[in-house]
Design a protein around this ligand. Sequence first.
Ligand SMILES: N[C@@H](CCC(=O)N[C@@H](CS)C(=O)NCC(=O)O)C(=O)O
Length: 240
Amino acid sequence: MDRYELYYWPGLQGRGEFVRLLFEDAGVDYTDVARLPEEEGGGARAVVRILKSDSRLPPLAPPVLKHGELLFAQAANICHYLAPRLGLVPSDEPARCAALQHQLTIADVVAEVHDTHHPIASGLYYEDQREEAKKRSAIFLADRLPKFLGYFERVLEHNGGWLLASGFSYPDLSLFQLVEGLAYAFPKGFGRAQATLPRVTALRDRVAARERIAAYLASERRLPFNETGIFRRYPELDPS
Ligand SMILES: N[C@@H](CCC(=O)N[C@@H](CS)C(=O)NCC(=O)O)C(=O)O
């Protein structure tokens, strides 16, 4: 069996975490390449190397998956590839489409969360766009977060508490990660919204209690949230 190799920036959960959770839930061994010491081919240089790789399908940005001869990017695409191999999605096409739809919707929210702290440009320091970030975060918390999470609440209600009617599947892991990240970044704003999101909250708790996920969350492999990732806690973006 070819080994799964994940390439993602070291030191932060970022979008790599959406992929890690699949491996961890399935109990499948993988190499988180950039977290290896540089002498063993790891570090941020490993990511830079893979982005510059001479390939017909060069990745633009991490996360990147290498599996045998295959090398490709986009977190949702990677999850869609891995899930049937790891037993995390039913094999029928309607279920796989539904799972991918949810994964892509979660990717949409993640992009909007990123823009709460970098509304003008990813390449500028947060401090140089703080005022715009305050405006963007206020709109995100007032309009976008309730819209997205209210949508997932509705889906969970229709499907017996999981995103797919057939039961647990990989986008549930990603919804868990999204909720954890929002609770970290916006303890006040998300805390207020949570009262209207009983099913989303229950799903978060059920995923956290899954045996391998609980072990992962308690392990050193689970990096803490920090202010270099997608979900950043800047108190001025989360007023009372
Ligand atoms: N849509 C892509 C976004 C990938 C992405 O933005 N990766 C970030 C790290 S989380 C990055 O390094 N981007 C570099 C860039 O956009 O220039 C995905 O979901 O995988």
